[in-house]
Design a protein around this ligand. Structure first.
Ligand SMILES: [Zn+2]
Ligand SMILES: [Zn+2]
Length: 345
């Protein structure tokens, strides 16, 4: 069974004030405290109440919960997400929109070591290092209502998949057709001598025959033609958070191209477009609607029905209401969320 909604657990409504939440918590904590309670599953209930209170009494956690549900405060599903700062995923010097070829597990360090000295000679190539797959980008269009309430979208992506025929090795027969490169003797680089004004300079360059991986494939896999990957379709399901902003970028971990040598998949960068709505529009976190009323209603005052995305609301129009008057109806707009450059899922 899934977790119960925290608001239901505390028996308060979604717009409850901090005071109401505190009061509800104190009452329930008294009722279910395992030392005093005679209820059957007091301990489990007490835990549940505590957990709900911990989230709803903290403004940041509550906002995450309102937008993303239980996942909003679950460290496993939102890495680096707490407090909306310090995205840990970016600590590898990797930024969105920039270099889409991220080499995994300190790959750069090894390359520099291999090419520019420092014990490089003892090490052979880096053919077996896991390499993270490249990131892919996609755009998804939602309606204004879906933007408000969130939506699960299914995307048909074209990604580089690991070739099953050769298990990602690129060889027709991985046991027979992969050999140590003879040009570089498996080191992955070659020494080049250049004459200059200062004498002969030696430098190292990636091996032209094995492209630096130290291995050559003598008979290529017919399915992927030695590329280790092939382009294939994949359906990816993503839960869009509530109240997401237009053009906000979502980074979805490991839904991009498959990696090499069992490296992890790249990430998917998803941008959100919103279809214009004929009647409603979003302004900051508010939902705006131009509502025509009759001349008589405006003159004499009336009770009018106002459509919103979660049902009709009655509004009392005062007598002598002027054209273009603005009335605000609380709690029918968007959730207040911080506008983030990048949300990581
Ligand atoms: Zn080579
Ligand atoms: Zn293959």
């Amino acid at each position: 069974m899934g977790k119960r909604n925290y608001y239901d657990v505390l028996g308060v409504n979604r717009n409850a004030t901090d005071d109401e939440i505190n009061r509800a918590f104190r009452q329930l904590a008294k009722k279910y405290h395992p030392d005093v309670s005679k209820e059957k599953d007091a301990e489990a209930k007490f835990k549940e109440v505590n957990e709900a209170y911990e989230v709803l009494s903290d403004p940041n956690k509550r906002r995450n919960y309102d937008q993303f549900g239980h996942a909003g405060n679950d460290p496993n599903s939102f890495s680096g997400f707490s407090g909306f700062s310090g995205f840990s995923g970016f600590s590898k010097g990797f930024s969105s929109g920039g270099d889409f070829e991220d080499i995994f597990s300190g790959g750069f360090g090894d390359i520099f070591e291999n090419f520019f000295g420092g014990g490089a000679k003892k090490r052979r190539g880096f053919s077996n290092q896991p390499i993270k797959g490249k990131n892919v980008a996609a755009r998804v269009t939602v309606t204004l209502k879906e933007q408000m309430f969130g939506k699960t979208v299914k995307l048909d992506l074209n990604v580089d998949k690991t070739c099953e025929a050769c298990d990602g090795t690129g060889a027709k027969d991985p046991k027979k057709d992969i050999h140590t490169c003879t040009t570089c003797d498996g080191y992955g680089y070659v020494n080049i001598e250049q004459r200059s004004l200062f004498g002969v300079i030696q430098s190292q360059q990636p091996c032209p025959d094995c492209k630096g991986c130290g291995k050559v494939v003598t008979s290529k896999c017919p399915k992927c033609k030695g590329q280790c990957h092939y382009r294939g379709k994949e359906v990816v399901e993503i839960e869009l958070p509530k109240s997401i902003y237009e053009n906000q970028q979502l980074r979805i971990r490991e839904k991009g191209n498959y990696g090499l040598n069992s490296g992890p998949r790249g990430d998917l960068y998803l941008e959100i477009s919103v279809k214009p709505n004929k009647y409603f529009k979003r302004v900051n976190d508010n939902l705006h609607l131009d509502l025509p009323v009759s001349y008589l209603d405006a003159l004499l005052g009336a009770k009018i029905k106002v459509p919103t995305f979660d049902g009709y609301v009655h509004l009392k129009l005062p007598a002598n209401t002027k054209i273009n008057s603005v009335f605000s109806i609380p709690n029918h707009g968007f959730l207040k969320v911080q506008h983030l450059a990048d949300v990581v899922i």
